[in-house]
Design a protein around this ligand. Structure first.
Ligand SMILES: [Zn+2]
Ligand SMILES: [Zn+2]
Length: 315
């Protein structure tokens, strides 16, 4: 029984993890490759059933993380406090002004499935719906396949749910890993996180080239998610893929970080509400992240424009 449960746990873990890494992250949030809607939905549903909540919410928050990395507008930068970076950001009720899907996820807001799962931007309702569907599924699994398989599936899904939260913190702690690229942030590559997250732990590479479907760039940086995307391309399920190598020149922002605007604290810092005027300026300046508009190093350049505008507005 224990062997069967362990095998089921690993199998479910891999399925839900692929849903997050290949589906939520590299496809929805970054449009690093193209596939048809059926493949997209299968991947996204695999992530949704790993307690990953609304796909639109996830992609929008993640795009904000890349756009505002390590600034006070970043939803989960550890330099502003570990509690906030781990779970504090998650406990808000709805989207702050600068992280609205209409601003950052124009390519997702009209999708009927993502719209429904997002519950009109009400975070609590979106999370509750996700929990209800996830627990109900395991109830059905218990009736069909027995409690052992259902328990293994539930445990795997809850374990998977913790992985992006863990990564958000660990892969932005400079002492936890190493950098291949001198990005203007604290992102690092962390091998054990990459192992647990099927390649997502090569996070400094990812911040250098957010639009790349490939995150592990050195021979030692094994990236199972990229191998899966390559396999899907060989099968014709993926029609286009953005891919860099370790020799691709990094042209994004470099050098030291701007100084802290808050002292690190154990308490959550409320996300700032950006004045409507600034949000409107951002909206007029930024285009949606369509595949054509995600060349490898542009997001960090765009960040610079936004940061400059925000700073000039505060003065
Ligand atoms: Zn990051
Ligand atoms: Zn990302």
């Amino acid at each position: 029984m224990l062997v069967n449960m362990s095998l089921a746990f690993v199998a479910f873990y891999v399925v839900h993890m692929i849903g997050i890494t290949v589906g939520y992250h590299r496809l929805l949030a970054h449009r690093a490759y193209k596939c048809n809607k059926i493949v997209e939905y299968v991947l996204v549903i695999a992530g949704y059933l790993g307690f990953e909540s609304s796909p639109m919410w996830w992609a929008t928050l993640h795009r904000a993380h890349h756009r505002y990395t390590e600034t006070e507008l970043d939803p989960h930068a550890p330099r502003f406090g570990l509690y906030r970076a781990y779970i504090g950001w998650f406990l808000h009720r709805n989207y702050p002004e600068h992280i609205r899907p209409e601003l950052l996820s124009k390519d997702l807001v009209n999708d009927p499935l993502y719209k429904f799962l997002d519950q009109n931007g009400n975070w609590a309702r979106g999370h509750l719906l996700n929990s209800f569907i996830n627990f109900s599924l395991r109830g059905v699994m218990a009736l069909v396949w027995g409690w052992e398989i259902a328990a293994a599936s539930l445990a795997a899904a809850l374990f998977v749910q913790q992985m992006p939260l863990l990564l958000n913190v660990v892969c932005h702690l400079p002492k936890a890993g190493y950098k291949n690229f001198n990005t203007r942030d604290e992102s690092v590559n962390v091998g054990w996180v990459a192992f647990l997250t099927l390649g997502e732990g090569w996070h400094n590479n990812h911040h250098a080239f957010p639009g790349s479907a490939r995150h592990g760039l050195k021979p030692s940086e094994i990236d199972p998610s990229w191998i899966i995307i390559r396999a899907m391309k060989a099968l014709g399920w993926v029609t286009w893929m953005n891919e860099v190598s370790i020799d691709t020149p990094f042209k994004g922002l470099q050098g030291p970080l701007p100084p802290l605007t808050h002292e690190p604290t154990a308490e959550p810092i409320p996300l700032p509400q950006v004045p409507a005027l600034v949000a409107a300026t951002i909206a007029s300046e930024l285009s949606p992240l369509t595949p054509e508009l995600v060349p490898v190093s542009v997001p960090s350049q765009t960040r610079h424009v936004v940061r400059t505008r925000l700073q000039s507005n505060r003065r």
